[in-house]
Design a protein around this ligand. Structure first.
Ligand SMILES: CC(=O)N[C@@H](CCC[C@H](N)C(=O)O)C(=O)O
Length: 369
């Protein structure tokens, strides 16, 4: 087993959510401190880390970013290194992302490049977002890179495949939080109450009409309610209902349509069910937009390799706060095939670990080209 597969397994056992990645940060720092230190400068930022590796004859700084947080999901895989944190799992592949980053860092720490390389270990990609804040940090301002690179595992592609494209790769996103408040009471006296479970159910059903009836059919959009909390027991009418979800669009203007329609439909529910509602659109993520020239050069470079197959993919409705880095710094993101039967954010996600060495070798050869 490669050292970086072992590292991935260690990290897989300790998933932590955004800005709580204390054990993860300690593990990463411990490893980074074991590398040759002559050219390294390491700075902690919240639960994240910046590692600056001085080049030998630098003309620019290239940044490589990995996210480090896990998700609140109870793991259901049968791997023999499962999550040791009940209710939490690396179900989006950030354990692989981190081991790949450490693999690249290890190589260049032993054999420095001409250019500087900045490694960014970023917290809270799944929320509330770390990229925008890291970008604004004084550390990043001091070490501002000229180019950014990031990857994300892709369960639908085979090991040895990568996929990307020039221009738009990932969607614009916004979280959606709605709270409905009515008058609870005894289940036998519904006429004396305002039942927020019924109101919430109507609301969720009506939200489904936004994509089908308010968004231009030639655009793409998603409105997903992923969490609904309401009620306490079967014979009490619920006083509150809380919905949380996410909205996605490929076109930034379509996001404004979604917000306007969510607001309008919620106001309609307030009237119809005689309740009060608050709508909160939180934590927008800017789209991931690849630099045409850089990503095309990377795709051509990779195509010339015999061991990696490059797929020109379509845009995805996933969100990534890596988009904030690419808004300011030219660069690109790509999908790394890991061939898992279960997808991202699934409790049975089980990426094939051979992809780790594929990615390290690809990135090291790209950086040394
Ligand atoms: C790659 C990936 O799965 N990213 C997450 C990002 C979450 C963004 C935000 N918290 C939201 O849910 O809107 C995704 O769900 O796409």
């Amino acid at each position: 087993m490669s050292n970086f597969i072992a590292i991935r397994r260690d990290l897989h056992k300790i998933p932590e959510i955004g800005y709580m990645e204390f054990k993860t940060q300690a593990y990463l720092l411990n490893y980074i401190n074991s590398l040759p230190q002559e050219r390294l400068e390491v700075k902690q930022w919240e639960t994240g880390i910046f590692v600056f590796l001085k080049g030998q004859a630098p003309t620019k700084t290239i940044a490589y970013r990995t996210d480090i947080d896990g998700l609140p999901i109870t793991e259901q895989t049968s791997v023999d290194f499962p999550s040791e944190h009940p209710g939490f799992m690396h179900a989006c592949g950030h354990d692989l992302h981190m081991s790949i980053a450490l693999g690249i860092l290890t190589d260049v720490a032993h054999k420095p490049l001409d250019d500087h390389v900045l490694f960014i270990f970023q917290p809270a990609e799944e929320g509330p977002g770390g990229a925008e804040r890291m970008l604004a940090s004084t550390i990043m301002q001091e070490w501002m890179p000229d180019q950014m690179i990031g990857l994300h595992i892709a369960p639908e592609y085979k090991v040895g495949e990568i996929a990307t494209k020039p221009g738009l790769l990932f969607a614009n996103t916004s979280e959606l939080h709605i709270e409905l408040r009515g008058k609870g009471g005894h289940a036998a006296y519904p006429h004396k109450t305002k039942d927020m479970i019924v109101a919430g159910a109507y609301l969720i059903t009506q939200l489904q009409s936004i994509v089908s009836r308010s968004v231009d059919p030639l655009d793409s959009a998603v409105v997903t309610v992923g969490k609904l909390e309401a009620g306490t027991i079967g014979n009490i009418i619920a006083e509150t209902a809380r919905l949380s979800g996410t909205m996605r669009t490929l076109n930034p203007e379509a996001m404004e349509t979604l917000k306007t329609r969510v607001d309008a439909i919620t106001r309609g529910i307030e009237l119809a069910f005689e309740c009060e509602a608050t709508v909160d659109f939180k934590l927008p993520y800017y789209q991931v937009f690849n630099d045409d020239l850089l990503v095309t050069e990377f795709m051509n470079f990779t195509s010339a390799k015999t061991d990696v197959n490059v797929i020109h993919c379509q845009e995805a409705m996933t969100g990534e706060d890596f988009g904030y880095f690419l808004k300011e710094i030219p660069g690109f993101m790509f999908w790394l095939g890991v061939d898992s039967e279960y997808g991202l954010h699934h409790a049975k996600l089980n990426p094939r670990e051979e992809a780790i060495d594929v990615a390290i070798e690809l990135m090291v050869s790209y950086l040394r080209r």
